[in-house]
Design a protein around this ligand. Structure first.
Ligand SMILES: Cc1cc2nc3c(=O)[nH]c(=O)nc-3n(C[C@H](O)[C@H](O)[C@H](O)COP(=O)(O)O)c2cc1C
Length: 254
């Protein structure tokens, strides 16, 4: 299970231990286009194995201190070539990779996840609003399946009490992104309803509550209480805490 959730190694430790800012690989400029070519090559081979690759590599290519996030944010990106410096340069890698994958799968099967102002894994940016507005504007031209936004009030999967408790990322991006927006990070039934009613997001994703409630949509519909999640079993490496939380009806029957 540990590998399947695909948490980045350094970021995985960041919940408990603060590490210094990571830098995007100090690869020469030439290696990045080759990386994208390689990515394209794995995407282009038909078959189930490559659907898995699409999921692992590209269905959520960003946010939470993953490689593309490290390129976007200037707390980590110190490059001096055409992949560092300006917003345009820092967004180049994400946009090139996203366009490459779209060329194989079609834009309706590709989505991007961004963590505007996200600080998980020691990510930081000197002008997050400017940066993520630029990135969302460019992604808005690609007709993606959806843009998934992580609210900065949640750092990885832990609430960050130093941040605005309201959802701010989706509000910022909504005004410039024309497509489907999924908002995530600290939502409950009422706040999910509210952001959709406000029009700042089209859909809301749940992380922790979905892990501990296999029937989460049904529970939300019925306004049933939720099983609390056990953080100790997140990334536990076994099935414990992933397949053993009870359904509401089982709980009532027990
Ligand atoms: C066990 C676990 C694994 C996660 N794995 C990933 C991941 O691989 N990539 C990612 O971007 N976010 C990951 N997240 C973060 C969630 O996608 C989500 O952004 C976060 O839990 C905040 O949403 P929530 O408040 O509904 O839990 C993970 C969260 C949990 C609890």
């Amino acid at each position: 299970m540990r590998n399947r959730v695909g948490r980045p190694r350094a970021a995985s430790r960041a919940a408990t231990r603060v590490v210094g800012p990571r830098r995007p690989p100090s690869a020469s400029r030439g290696r990045l286009p080759r990386f994208i070519e390689k990515l394209l090559d794995t995407q282009a081979k038909p078959g189930f194995a490559n659907c898995r690759k699409l999921h692992q590599n590209q269905s959520h290519p960003n946010g939470n201190g993953y490689l593309f996030d490290q390129f976007l944010q200037d707390g980590s990106n110190k490059r001096t070539d055409s992949y560092g410096g300006s917003f345009e340069n820092r967004a180049r890698f994400l946009l090139e990779a996203t366009r490459a994958v779209i060329s194989v799968w079609g834009s309706d099967k590709v989505a991007v996840r961004l963590g505007p102002s996200g600080s998980f894994g020691d990510m930081a940016d000197s002008n997050p609003e400017g940066l993520f507005t630029y990135v969302a504007t460019e992604l808005g031209k690609l007709d993606l399946a959806y843009l998934h936004l992580i609210e900065p009030r949640v750092r990885g999967n832990v609430e960050d009490d130093t941040r605005d408790p309201n959802p701010v990322a989706a509000k910022l991006i909504r005004s410039i992104y024309p497509g489907t927006i999924i908002a995530a990070g600290g939502f409950k039934a009422d706040t999910a309803e509210a952001i959709i009613a406000a029009g700042d997001a089209n859909l809301v994703a749940f992380g922790r509550d979905f892990i501990s409630n296999p029937d989460l949509p049904e529970r939300l519909r019925r306004k049933a209480p939720l099983n609390p999640y056990d953080r100790e079993t997140f990334f536990g490496g076994t099935d414990i805490g992933y397949v053993d939380y009870p359904f509401y009806d089982q709980r009532v029957a027990a």
